[in-house]
Design a protein around this ligand. Structure first.
Ligand SMILES: CC(C)(COP(=O)(O)OP(=O)(O)OC[C@H]1O[C@@H](n2cnc3c(N)ncnc32)[C@H](O)[C@@H]1OP(=O)(O)O)[C@@H](O)C(=O)NCCC(=O)NCCS
Length: 172
């Protein structure tokens, strides 16, 4: 699904940097992204700067940026929300959607995030109308575990358990 001209070397997931602050705000404030978020209000840039700095320094948060030939095209964030659970949130820039970048980024980040944040489950809250997101998460192994109503809108709660690790017997 990833376009043929995109080589594995040209696509890289890296930790967010202070210089990503404005780009992440642009993605977050796109009207369609706000519409699909639990919190729909516009985000003033000064409020975003404070939020971004807090997230960059939070022990229970990891923020990554996907770069294509070093140009940021998407971001993903994990916030530990309770003992054992981290909530995931991601955005792909609108020009790069539907090319497999969301799937690539989620899969890449999930390979280390359980250990990184010491959690056993990941949570995604998704509105039923967000077809791409429902497909992305269910194909990645998230299972709908219930619903919750926030500000009058119903959100599906999708959970994914950490993959079982093969226990290696001592001496084997
Ligand atoms: C949701 C989002 C992250 C998906 O990223 P993406 O890179 O476009 O998705 P991918 O190309 O990796 O495709 C993932 C799945 O969604 C499907 N999909 C992608 N765009 C779609 C669309 N417009 N309509 C329906 N399905 C779509 C793909 O076919 C694929 O499913 P499949 O594996 O069954 O074929 C992206 O659309 C986005 O940033 N949306 C705005 C922000 C948002 O909604 N974030 C999630 C909040 S929970």
């Amino acid at each position: 699904m990833i376009p043929d001209n995109v080589t594995p070397e040209s696509l890289r997931l890296r930790p967010a940097l202070p210089a990503d602050c404005r780009q992440i705000w642009r993605w977050a404030t796109a009207p369609d992204v706000r519409q699909r978020s639990v919190q729909r209000k516009p985000i003033p840039y000064d409020v975003h700067i404070k939020w971004f700095n807090e997230k960059m320094n939070a022990e229970g948060t990891r923020l990554y940026v996907l770069v294509l030939d070093e140009v940021p095209v998407a971001n993903i964030r994990f916030d530990r929300v309770s003992d054992g659970i981290a909530e995931v949130s991601l955005t792909v820039s609108d020009q790069h959607r539907g090319c497999g970048f969301g799937r690539f980024m989620l899969s890449k980040a999930m390979s280390s995030i359980y250990d990184e944040l010491h959690v056993s489950r990941l949570l995604a809250r998704i509105h039923d109308t967000n077809v791409a997101s429902v497909r992305l998460f269910t194909r990645a192994g998230f299972v709908k575990s219930g619903e919750e109503t926030i500000a009058g809108r119903v959100w599906g709660r999708y959970l994914r358990h950490a993959p079982a690790t093969d226990a290696v017997e001592e001496g084997s």
